[in-house]
Design a protein around this ligand. Structure first.
Ligand code: NI
Length: 134
């Protein structure tokens, strides 16, 4: 499956951007506030690969990356794979031991495309994004 992006949980997008710029990445679009998930998201690309920087907005509230704030370093949080049929893909992965942690839902930071999160011990957290005509 084609990788859409690598998601990285960061304490501060502003600080992390500067480091990834040194590694050849450029900001792809402005920071998107995902109110429902209590996170800010910024996509960067080096022309070939894309990374997603994710920070918690209000640390007094829940967010998918809140627990990672207590770690000393920023860390990779998920790899996102493209699929042209997210429901079929989820069913297939579930039959192979993946557990769904976030049901398919629209992602404001990805032009409202449908995304879902799954987990297995062997892969950690993965994300699926439905990309039509793939
Ligand atoms: Ni992602």
């Amino acid at each position: 499956m084609k990788v859409h992006h690598i998601g990285i949980a960061v304490k501060s997008i502003t600080k992390a951007v500067k480091k990834y710029e040194l590694l050849g990445y450029k900001v792809e679009k402005e920071i998107i506030w995902d109110k429902q998930r209590n996170i800010n998201i910024l996509f960067m690309t080096n022309g070939t690969e894309r990374i997603e920087l994710i920070e918690t907005v209000d640390i007094s509230m829940e967010s998918p990356v809140k627990n990672l704030l207590y770690l000393k370093t920023n860390m990779m949080y998920h790899i996102c794979f493209e699929t042209n049929d997210i429901i079929k893909q989820i069913t297939q992965l579930q039959s192979q031991g993946f557990v769904i942690i976030n049901k398919p839902d629209k992602a404001p930071a990805c032009e409202e495309k449908t995304v879902a999160f799954l987990f297995s011990r062997e892969t950690g957290v993965i994300e699926l994004i439905e990309v039509r005509g793939n």
